[in-house]
Structure formats: structure tokens, C-alpha cells
Design a protein around this ligand. Structure first.
Ligand SMILES: Cc1cc2nc3c(=O)[nH]c(=O)nc-3n(C[C@H](O)[C@H](O)[C@H](O)COP(=O)(O)OP(=O)(O)OC[C@H]3O[C@@H](n4cnc5c(N)ncnc54)[C@H](O)[C@@H]3O)c2cc1C
Ligand SMILES: *[C@@H]1O[C@H](CO)[C@@H](O)[C@H](O)[C@H]1NC(C)=O
Ligand SMILES: *[C@@H]1O[C@H](CO)[C@@H](O)[C@H](O)[C@H]1NC(C)=O
Ligand SMILES: *[C@@H]1O[C@H](CO)[C@@H](O)[C@H](O)[C@H]1NC(C)=O
Ligand SMILES: *[C@@H]1O[C@H](CO)[C@@H](O)[C@H](O)[C@H]1NC(C)=O
Ligand SMILES: *[C@@H]1O[C@H](CO)[C@@H](O)[C@H](O)[C@H]1NC(C)=O
Ligand SMILES: *[C@@H]1O[C@H](CO)[C@@H](O)[C@H](O)[C@H]1NC(C)=O
Ligand SMILES: *[C@@H]1O[C@H](CO)[C@@H](O)[C@H](O)[C@H]1NC(C)=O
Length: 611
């Protein structure tokens, strides 16, 4: 094992650089970067919860960590790119979720310590945090914030590392790792001026699947994503949050009754619709990692009960002279308003070859109801001479329904290597035949090459009462969120993957935008290379107020995230220091990318990247 001393020396040599501007954070190698004994002091104040980053990929490299181990490296390679078929599902990204400083997104992993590069290639920290605090309480959060401020180093907040913009990570940063705050306390009779009913207080580290299980034991259900590994209190509830229950109960952000927050001024606050209501408003939909550090959240829960489900699949068997598939797709979209009566939702994937409605979700209803709901559309398919497979299933609870269609809990099956763009589809587009036809043309242009698929969640939020919050208003008028998905190809070169991302940003996203004028995006599911007006598309009319609230609660500018509110007030200098203040040219997103192993396309029929 190499000594820590040689690691520090080596990283010092690797970063020969000019003195930072006063507004920039220090990076490793700067004279101002904390000394070993200063890190030790921090560690003591937080009872030994400080972790120095050792990337998982270091077992595949000789330098500088000195823990190369061929056996462990081979194991890691099997898990890294999610090819593992375990328990009939892909164990999606669990290895990245449970580690203090790993992140899921290959673009931001950036091959800095990649298990597939040669053992001689040094393992570098790249975008990974340098140190993480394994947070056990608000006290640890306050200690981390104080240290970052005093020492002038970058601070990041990580829960599960799902973020598509690398925002739960950061080069030369101290990370607040919230993931182990796994508590849940049921309150059967929560009372306030704005809600009376059941609620649960979740620690910031609770995952969607874990939360489903925790409330299920008490006979309740809770709004959470279709993906079990996402964290509830982090980016999900802070950024909108769609789910199987969107039509019945609203978005993830709409469920929040109380936020428990540590601000970057070191204050511990409770934010509710009545108390610190501006912070409550911003945190509920204004984006993760921007306004403060959430240590716990109290959300509504609902008595669980019956659920009926369905699944419908039909293929594109068009031949010249017999073109019916896209006609059927057009009709499918026209049916959205009728599908989403009675609080129903539908999730489906559209490929050039198939329309696969993997989950038709009917809360509180029966198989009879599913048949009745789908009969008119199935008659259309019959009329067009399209063969289909249609199945139904009844579950005693939402929990069982979710397990059947999205499970197995707690993780479920989700590919994490998606390159994606999520656009909100307004109801008025669906209801206007010409506009709908144009939408289908744009979606067809996305999937036609066979490289992309469209995954949509269909819902209805019309006339749903919700708290006043910062959720992008376009959600309320939307009938679906439709997501163009491509897949990171670990076997391709850096340039090929980048080209795929650019194809999305240059062609598919603009085509989807043009077909849905005036609408917006789901801020959590947008590719970082998106070239549209991100402020307008992600935050809409809320942006200016969100910025004021950001300035109020984060006056020293500690929290930064790509395309987060206020992010354009920051820049990176030539050596990668995060600086507050404007610079002339924009952040350079040029990148050397990851390239290893996986054939996602062949598994599209099994896993369609439902989001
Ligand atoms: C495989 C996959 C499946 C997905 N499925 C769904 C889905 O079904 N429905 C849906 O709506 N979205 C889904 N998403 C998007 C997901 O909601 C976002 O990526 C979300 O930001 C994840 O939040 P996190 O806290 O788990 O992740 P992280 O990456 O850890 O954090 C995301 C952001 O929130 C911040 N943050 C995290 N914790 C805190 C905290 N305690 N206080 C303050 N800031 C915090 C981070 O700094 C970062 O900016 C999915 C994403 C992936 C990769
Ligand atoms: C912090 O202290 C704990 C307990 O003494 C120790 O195990 C851990 O390695 C220390 N972390 C760092 C970064 O030194
Ligand atoms: C490599 O890792 C394996 C599995 O953890 C362990 O059994 C073995 O002893 C390690 N080898 C060396 C040389 O450390
Ligand atoms: C983080 O802290 C928790 C609680 O003390 C502990 O159980 C866990 O092992 C720690 N994780 C790591 C990676 O240190
Ligand atoms: C839809 O959900 C709401 C709760 O948001 C409920 O009050 C209403 O009864 C539900 N409607 C139907 C038809 O089940
Ligand atoms: C669609 O095609 C797949 C294989 O290409 C086949 O397995 C499936 O049975 C087809 N489904 C229908 C409804 O025709
Ligand atoms: C898309 O579908 C059409 C009709 O079935 C087919 O002719 C075409 O080859 C498909 N494109 C790809 C890339 O598979
Ligand atoms: C990836 O690494 C390269 C080389 O260090 C750097 O220039 C680029 O900005 C990094 N990309 C991302 C997305 O971090």
C-alpha cells in the first residue's frame, strides 16, 4: 500500500497552476487547500464520519491508491455497466448508489477512474468529491458547511447520485453524503391549517422503494418514482417528481408538508406553507441542491387499497402499401384524456418497432374497469387490423401492483445509462388533431433510426388541488411527460457517445420543443448538453423569485449545480476551480468520455427505460 503522503505529493505535482482568483474555491494542490491535520480536526468534530475518497475503480489501477486487485477488479467490471442479470432484473446501479462518492452518470464519471481502462492508467478523482461526510445528523451538516466556508472549498450534497447533471458530485469538493439518514416515522394524524391526515417523516436518505416498504407495513402508500432507487427527499421531491400516482395524488413536490433544512448560514429551519414559506415554496419544485441542505421531509401518505393493472403491446408490421402503425400511435395519443379518467396513469414505450404499454394503472378499480377503459382503443386496433397482446391483473394494494409492474422492490429494474430529454406534452396539443399529428411526426423522427426510444408517463393533473409551490406550471397543463432515451454505449468511443448526446441536443430536443410550443421540460431528466433556454424550460415564470430565495438563503454562494437556479453566476477557471462571479466565455463542456461494454438495444424489449 502506498502511503497517503505519496498520494498527496503526486496530486500536488499533477496540478501545477496559477494562484486562484479570490472568488474561487481552492482545489487540491493550492496552498490554501486544507492540510491533513485540518481534515483530521474536521473528522474529530464529526465523530470520525469523514471519508477520504477512494474511487471503486481504484482496484483496477496500480496508482495512486495502491489497492490494485485483479479479482476485485473483475467483479467490479461485471457490476459497473449494469449487465448483471440478477433475480430476473438488472440490479441497476446499486454499486454507485451505496458508495459515498460514486455517481451513476457515465458522462460525469468521465473515465477518471474507470475499471475498464488499463491498470497502468492512474486512477484520478476527476469529478468525484475529495472527501465526504457520512452524515448522521444536522450537526454533521453544519460542521461540513462551516468547514467548506472557512477553508474556501467547494461543497456538494449527495444522496443517491442519480443526477443527470453531475450535481451530486464535484471535483475538489467536500460532499455531504445524506444517504444513511434512513429513518421513517409515521404520524397517523398530522394536523395543520393546510392538511389533516396521515403523514410520514422521512430521513433525507430514504429511497423510493424503501419508503414504499416502510409505509406499507402500516397500511399506507406514498408518492414516489417508478424507479425504486431514487431518493425521495433529494432531487425527486425538490424537482417535481412523477409517479404511478401522479393523477391521483399529484407530483412528488406536492406531497411535502414540512422540510427540515440546514441553510448554508448554518441555521436549522423548518419550512412549511406557514413558516419560512418562501423556502418551502422554493424547495418544493425549484430544484435539488440549491437552497439548503434537507435533512428530513414530512410528506402525505394515503391508506393503501386495491389497484388494477393492464399491459398492451403491438408491433409495427407495416409494409409498403399497408401503413397502419403510426395511425394507431396517433390514435393512442388522442386517447390520453380518456385513459386518465378516474386518476389513472399509463406508462409506455414507443419504438420504431413497437408500442409497449407496460403499465396501465387504475387506482381503486378492478380488472373489469381496465377492460372497459381499454375497449374503445382495442376496437380501433381491430379496425386497423393490428394484432396486439393485452393482459390485466388485480392487486389488493398499490404496493403489490408496483411490485408486479415495476418491481421487485426495493430497487426495481431501471437502466441508469440513459441519455435523455423529457418534454411535457400539453393537453391542448393532444386535443388538437393537427397539433397531435405534428407531435407524432416529431416522435417518429426521434425513434425511426432505431437508436432512440420514447418513454411516456401519461397523467392528468387538471383540477387537482396542490400547495403553492415552485413546480414548473407547465406540469399542471400537461397530459404526459415524454422522454427521448438513448443509451450510453460503454463499448463505443468517447466521440460516438458525445455524438449521440449532440444528436439529442441538436435535433430531437428541438423537434419535440417545436411540437409542444410554450410547454417545458422535467428539470431532473434533461441532458446537460441541452441547448434550449434552460431557465425558461425548467423553471418558467418561477425563475426570478427562485433566484431571490436562493440569494436569501445561500448568501455566500455555496451551492452550485449545472443548470440549477443561479448557476450562471458561477464559472470554472482554467484549472477547474469553481468561482463565484461572471466570466467572459461559457463553461467548456468538452469531454473525454467513457467507453465500455453493453448492448442495451438488444434488451429494449425487456427494459425500456421507464422514467
Ligand atoms: C435510473 C433513474 C430513474 C429515475 N426515475 C425517476 C422517476 O421514476 N421519477 C422521477 O420523477 N424521476 C426519476 N429520475 C430522476 C430523479 O428524480 C433525479 O435524478 C433526482 O434528482 C434524484 O434525486 P436523488 O436525491 O436520488 O439523487 P442525487 O443525485 O443524490 O441528488 C440529486 C440532486 O439533489 C440534490 N440533493 C440530494 N439530496 C439532497 C438533500 N438532502 N438536500 C438538498 N439537496 C439534495 C443533489 O445535490 C443534486 O443536486 C430517475 C433518474 C434515474 C437515473
Ligand atoms: C475519520 O476518523 C475515523 C475514526 O477515527 C477513521 O476511521 C477515518 O479513517 C477518518 N477519516 C479520515 C478521512 O481520516
Ligand atoms: C484480492 O481480493 C480478494 C477478494 O476480496 C481477496 O480474497 C484477495 O486476498 C485479494 N488479493 C490480494 C493480493 O490482496
Ligand atoms: C456511515 O455511517 C453509518 C452510521 O454510522 C455507518 O453504519 C456506515 O457504515 C457508514 N458508512 C461508511 C461507508 O462509512
Ligand atoms: C381521485 O383522487 C382524489 C384524491 O386526489 C380523490 O378524492 C377522488 O375521489 C379520486 N377520484 C376517483 C374517481 O377515484
Ligand atoms: C411483437 O414482436 C415480438 C418479437 O419481435 C414478438 O415476440 C411478439 O409476440 C410480438 N407481439 C405481438 C402482439 O405481435
Ligand atoms: C422502422 O420501421 C419500419 C416499418 O416497419 C421499417 O421498414 C424500418 O426498417 C424500421 N427502421 C429501423 C431502423 O429498424
Ligand atoms: C472530462 O475530463 C476532461 C479531461 O480532464 C475535461 O476536460 C472535461 O471537462 C471533463 N468532462 C466533464 C463532463 O466533466
Amino acid at each position: 500500500m502506498r502511503s497517503l503522503g505519496s498520494f498527496i505529493l503526486c496530486s500536488t505535482l499533477a496540478f501545477a497552476k496559477a494562484a486562484p482568483e479570490p472568488t474561487c474555491n481552492y482545489i487540491a494542490g493550492d496552498a490554501g487547500w486544507p492540510t491533513r491535520s485540518e481534515w483530521d480536526q474536521l473528522n474529530q468534530t464529526i465523530s470520525g464520519q469523514l471519508i477520504q475518497t477512494v474511487p471503486m475503480g481504484s482496484v483496477c489501477h496500480y496508482e495512486p491508491f495502491g489497492n490494485y486487485n485483479e479479482t476485485e477488479c473483475n467483479e467490479l467490471r461485471k457490476d459497473w455497466d449494469f449487465r448483471h442479470w440478477k433475480f430476473k432484473v438488472w440490479e441497476m446501479g446499486q454499486i454507485h448508489v451505496t458508495h459515498p462518492s460514486e455517481i451513476m452518470n457515465p458522462y460525469y464519471q468521465n473515465r477518471s477512474c474507470d475499471p475498464f481502462t488499463s491498470a497502468e492508467t492512474p486512477c484520478e478523482l476527476g469529478n468525484y468529491a475529495s472527501y465526504s461526510i457520512n452524515v448522521t445528523s444536522a450537526r454533521d451538516v453544519i460542521a461540513g458547511i462551516q468547514f467548506a466556508k472557512e477553508k474556501n472549498i467547494r461543497l456538494v450534497v449527495k444522496n443517491t447520485g442519480h443526477d443527470y447533471h453531475g450535481r451530486s458530485s464535484g471535483s475538489n469538493s467536500l460532499a455531504l453524503w445524506m444517504y444513511n439518514l434512513k429513518t421513517s416515522e409515521i404520524n397517523h394524524n398530522y394536523r395543520s391549517s393546510y392538511y389533516s391526515g396521515a403523514a410520514v417523516r422521512l430521513g433525507a436518505g430514504m429511497g423510493v422503494g424503501e419508503s414504499y416498504m416502510a409505509v406499507h407495513e402500516h397500511g399506507y402508500r406514498i408518492v414516489g418514482g417508478e424507479c425504486g432507487t431514487v431518493g425521495v427527499a433529494g432531487g425527486y421531491s425538490q424537482g417535481g417528481g412523477h409517479s404511478v400516482l401522479t393523477s391521483e395524488n399529484g407530483l412528488g413536490s406536492d406531497q411535502v408538508l414540512e422540510w427540515e433544512v440546514v441553510t448554508t448560514t448554518g441555521e436549522y429551519l423548518i419550512a412549511t406553507p406557514e413558516q419560512n414559506s418562501d423556502l418551502y415554496w422554493a424547495l418544493s419544485g425549484g430544484g435539488g441542491g440549491t437552497y439548503g441542505v434537507v435533512v428530513g421531509v414530512t410528506v402525505k401518505i394515503f391508506k393503501d387499497g386495491p389497484f388494477a393493472g393492464g399491459a398492451l403491446v403491438f408491433n409495427n408490421t407495416d409494409t409498403p402499401g399497408k401503413e397502419v402503425f403510426w395511425k394507431a400511435v396517433e390514435l393512442w395519443y388522442q386517447y390520453f384524456p380518456s385513459f386518465t379518467v378516474n386518476n389513472n396513469t399509463v406508462q409506455f414505450v414507443l419504438l420504431n418497432s413497437t408500442l409497449d404499454a407496460q403499465a396501465i394503472n387504475l387506482p381503486g378499480q378492478t380488472v373489469e374497469d381496465v377492460n372497459k377503459l381499454m375497449a374503445p382503443y382495442l376496437a380501433e386496433l381491430d379496425g386497423l387490423g393490428i394484432q396486439y397482446s393485452f393482459t390485466t391483473e388485480y392487486s389488493e394494494t398499490y404496493y403489490d401492483h408496483f411490485n408486479n409492474y415495476y418491481g421487485p422492490l426495493p430497487h426495481g429494474a431501471e437502466p441508469v445509462t440513459t441519455i435523455l430529454y423529457a418534454r411535457l406534452v400539453p393537453r391542448k396539443v393532444i386535443q388538437d388533431k393537427k397539433a397531435n399529428a405534428k407531435l407524432i411526426d416529431s416522435l417518429r423522427s426521434v425513434v425511426e433510426s432505431g437508436k432512440w426510444l420514447i418513454g411516456c408517463g401519461v397523467f392528468n393533473l387538471q383540477n387537482k388541488i396542490h400547495p403553492d409551490n415552485a413546480v414548473l406550471p407547465a406540469w399542471r397543463d400537461a397530459q404526459a411527460v415524454c422522454i427521448a432515451n438513448g443509451f450510453w454505449n460503454f463499448e463505443a468511443t468517447a466521440e460516438e457517445n458525445l455524438k449521440l448526446k449532440e444528436e439529442l441536443a441538436d435535433f430531437h430536443a428541438p423537434a419535440m420543443d417545436a411540437a409542444t410550443p410554450g410547454s417545458g421540460v422535467y428539470m431532473n431528466e434533461v441532458d446537460p448538453l441541452y441547448k434550449g433556454d434552460w431557465k425558461e424550460a425548467m423553471y418558467g415564470a418561477n425563475y426570478e423569485l427562485l433566484l431571490d430565495i436562493k440569494h436569501k438563503y445561500d448568501p455566500d454562494h455555496l451551492l452550485f449545480g449545472h443548470m440549477s437556479v443561479g448557476s450562471d453566476e458561477f464559472h470554472f477557471d482554467g484549472s477547474g476551480r469553481l468561482c463565484y462571479g461572471q466570466q467572459d466565455s461559457n463553461i467548456n463542456l468538452d469531454v473525454g468520455l467513457v467507453n465500455q461494454a453493453m448492448g442495451w438495444r438488444s434488451s429494449w424489449s425487456m427494459n425500456w427505460g421507464r422514467e
